[in-house]
Design a protein around this ligand. Sequence first.
Ligand code: SAH
Length: 360
Amino acid sequence: MTRLGYSLREAIALEGPMTVERYMALCLAHYYATRDPLGVAGDFTTAPEISQIFGELVGLWAMEVWNAMGRPARLHLVELGPGRGTLMADMLRTARILPDFLAALRVHLVETSPTLRARQQGMLAQSGPEIAWHGDMAELPAGPMILVANEFFDALPVRQFVATERGWCERLVGLAGDRLVFGLASAPEHQQRAARPAGAFLERQDASICLTATIAGRLAREGGAALIIDYGYWGPATADTLQALRHHQPVDPLSDPGEADLTTHVDFAQIAAAGLAAGARLHGLDTQANFLHALGIATRAARLKAAASSEQAKAIEEAVARLTDTGERGMGALFKVLALTHPGLDAVPGLHARPHPPQR
Ligand code: SAH
């Protein structure tokens, strides 16, 4: 049992079972605060860590959006959960091709983990623009922004509900002896939801919805765009998507509290609805593969390969194949891309504008 595991057990013994949302929040706060989870030696690998091309293309995306915004002289470039800072470093290196854009930027990193803040500081020390760190979106100064979030929303906690013979129940984390176990408690306030076959899941993403409303409200008022890339689907959910990864292997989400990465798949329908309700325009959803192809991943890879050794060229090809793999378990299909913008921005690169609110 981990140290956090003992504390959770104490809390549950004293106060009773806790929601999956509370369990995720407590585990993830401990997890991210105490380690760099990325890369071969860590628990998982993300797109910017696979290839520099990912961040370069997102950088080009941001430059085109800035152009479409009418080239504001000041722009907040915001990243949520920047990990090692690799995506931002690749974006800022790319931005050097457009000096007016680079000069307009004020970079803001929203990061709660002191360990990862230190990594980001090291990674971005030579990158040019002034950088500020924040614990929360609410601390950002006013003004137009371009925001990026890669594999951030999947780390926000959710409540889980399960359809049973006696109606909807909430899934809770409780104790059996000294072991953490899942249980169900009836959820009277959720009975008005449509009935589903027993065993069906519903995941309620309050943290994601609140954050999206904050972002979209800001975009509608002050201008700009947000690019959200994550492992997810167009909901509602029908199955349990909570998963735990440790050393790149799936583990039981209750077995190593605070020592394994916990995620759920993002329901983009909930994010889209929250963004539209707060006054933003919606672009996408599309797959990561389609998005990267539309932004010219093949051309960029060919350019890099032309200046590379044969071994490097092979590594570039493998990385591009991994990012755009549309097989059943490929990143290109499982990861989705959605943008929210000021309602006056009628197009962003790589994604189709949606004229009507999505049907749920
Ligand atoms: N975007 C990065 C890292 C993804 S891991 C990449 O693509 O490589 C998730 C990141 O979000 C980590 O940096 C983690 O510390 C941060 N994070 C998790 N929960 C957070 C929260 N509630 N507020 C701010 N940052 C958070």
